[in-house]
Ligand binder design. Structure first.
Ligand code: GLU
Length: 499
């Protein structure tokens, strides 16, 4: 087998899309499995919609995921340039070569004629399409029109009969009737290539052996196959991956799902979770194993394990995977990732001291447990940072049950037992050193319960509310240990004023 060479060919128009990462991942895994090469090519032939910013974001997002390319616009390679806007001369030369070979022709039809043609076809309930008007111009006519500077495009001569057969590695043979396929424009009147021409010329010149792309391109593949034939080039192997879908099974769209990789990165999804999730969209490792690494995927990769059912981009599943990676990854890495979010929440100083860092590590260790994303960590860590808080109040949006619970909380808070519990707790806290070990805090809380002869419901619950403003949360002794004596006292005094 010759060296495998595959590519991802995104158009830099807008935010980097999860679909790009999904297709890049499958190309990458296939290439690495076969010790082949993975290329990045920027398809920026649409000069009005392509932006440099979007191109940079594609680079950044794919690098974030670790899907590094072996050849590409920013790193070069033997088949460059890898940006289509820098290859316009090449496309023009190849389009003209096809005209010379009689496989393509100049078309001088004006926009006005094409509009009228379309209207006529519509009125006759015929499928819209070019009618081949300029296909039969004589060489003299063409010459004269070119000499007169008439505006023109170059079109491919599609066969009128027969089928184009896409041999898709995932779905077998897919037939397209040639008579239903238009004579494709290859070179536009401004001299710019169309997607079809640029894509095929580049895949050929860049030695692409396997085209792995989204299912939405399969309708273009017969046109590409005809182009390969017209040039006399060998076609690559084709694999059209199932499309990612919204919950309602429509093609994934930003109206129904966030689709930008930047969104997921900023929200604090881990690259490992993102890759694992995207892999699961079209593939399984086998044995029902849902959590696996990129290395596992590379090692076990084969197209036989790709399933064609339209995978639903299920944010709950992604959240579940992310939570599990957040829990299992090295704590120090999670701390590093969480710090910018904690700083933004105002919980961590710009240059945390060693002591502060010790606390941050303790806090992140606990707060990562319930977190679904890194950006969730501050809300789960709030209880350790916010010394000023309001007590919960019943609101309109609450259910009856929630309202009742709040009422109950106030009743408990105002009970004699609660008052005694707070007093006793404070007198014991006052005797402590500034740093209160978890064990000491645990003993202290037990002693309060024992001396009052009451259980957690009557003692710990009010203490929790007084200390945190919440009825639920992490273990009280952990909170006491993390915030220390001074802040415990400050919090209790603050809350008592509010009751
Ligand atoms: N430029 C196309 C895209 O944006 C490439 C499709 C293909 O892989 O052929 O996805």
């Amino acid at each position: 087998m010759k060296e495998v060479r595959v590519r991802i060919a995104p158009s830099p128009t807008g935010d980097p899309h999860v679909g790009t990462a999904y297709i890049a991942l499958f190309n990458y895994a296939f290439a690495k499995h076969h010790n082949g090469k993975f290329l990045l090519r920027i398809e920026d032939t649409d000069r009005t919609r392509s932006t440099k910013e979007s191109e940079l974001q594609i680079f950044e997002s794919l690098r974030w995921l670790g899907l590094d390319w072996d050849e590409g616009p920013d790193i070069g390679g033997n088949c460059g340039p890898y940006r289509q806007s820098e290859r316009f001369d090449i496309y023009k030369k190849y389009a003209e070569e096809l005209v010379e070979k009689g496989e393509a022709y100049y078309c001088f039809c004006t926009a006005d004629r094409l509009d009228k043609l379309r209207e006529r076809q519509k009125a006759m309930k015929k499928a819209p399409g070019y009618d081949g008007h300029c296909r039969s111009l004589s060489p003299e006519e063409v010459k004269a029109k070119l000499a007169a500077g008439e505006s023109h495009v170059i079109r491919l001569k599609m066969p009128y009969e027969g089928d184009s057969i896409v041999k898709d590695g995932l779905r077998g043979e897919v037939k397209f009737e040639n008579s239903k396929i238009d004579d494709q424009i290859l070179l536009k009147s401004d001299g710019f290539p169309t997607y079809h021409l640029a894509n095929v010329v580049d895949d050929h010149l860049m030695g692409i052996t396997h085209v792995i792309r989204a299912e939405e391109w399969i309708a273009s593949t017969p046109k590409h196959i005809q182009l390969y034939k017209a040039f006399g080039w060998e076609e690559p192997e084709w694999y059209h991956m199932p499309l990612l879908r919204n919950d309602d099974r429509s093609k994934i769209s930003k109206r129904k799902n966030p689709v930008s990789l930047i969104y997921y990165r900023e929200k604090g999804y881990l690259k490992e979770a993102m890759l694992n999730f995207l892999a699961l969209m079209g593939w399984t490792l086998g044995d029902g194993k849902e959590i696996f690494t990129l290395e596992d995927m590379i090692k076990g990769f084969s197209f036989e394990k790709v399933s064609l059912g339209g995978p639903v981009f299920d944010l709950k599943k992604l959240g579940w995977l992310n939570a599990s990676y957040i829990k299992s990854k090295d704590l120090s890495e999670i701390v590093d990732m969480a710090i910018p979010y904690l700083k933004k929440a105002g919980y961590v100083s710009e240059n945390p001291s060693e002591k502060e860092m010790e606390n941050i590590i303790k806090i992140v260790k606990i707060a990562r447990e319930p977190a679904e994303t890194i950006s969730d960590i501050p809300s789960h860590a709030k209880v350790y940072f916010a010394d000023e808080f309001e007590l919960p109040k019943a609101t309109e949006e609450m259910t009856e049950k929630e309202k009742k619970n709040i009422e109950k909380m106030y009743v408990t808070l105002q009970s004699e037992t609660a008052k005694k519990a707070v007093e006793l707790f404070m007198s014991k806290i006052n005797q402590c050193e500034e740093e209160i070990a978890e064990e000491t805090a645990k003993d202290l809380l037990h002693a309060v319960m024992e001396e009052l002869g009451e259980g957690p419901g009557k003692v710990l619950m009010p203490l929790r509310v007084v200390l945190t403003g919440e009825t639920r949360g992490p273990d009280l002794y952990t909170i006491i240990n993390i915030i220390g004596k001074t802040r415990v006292i400050k919090r209790v005094e603050n809350t008592i004023k509010k009751i």
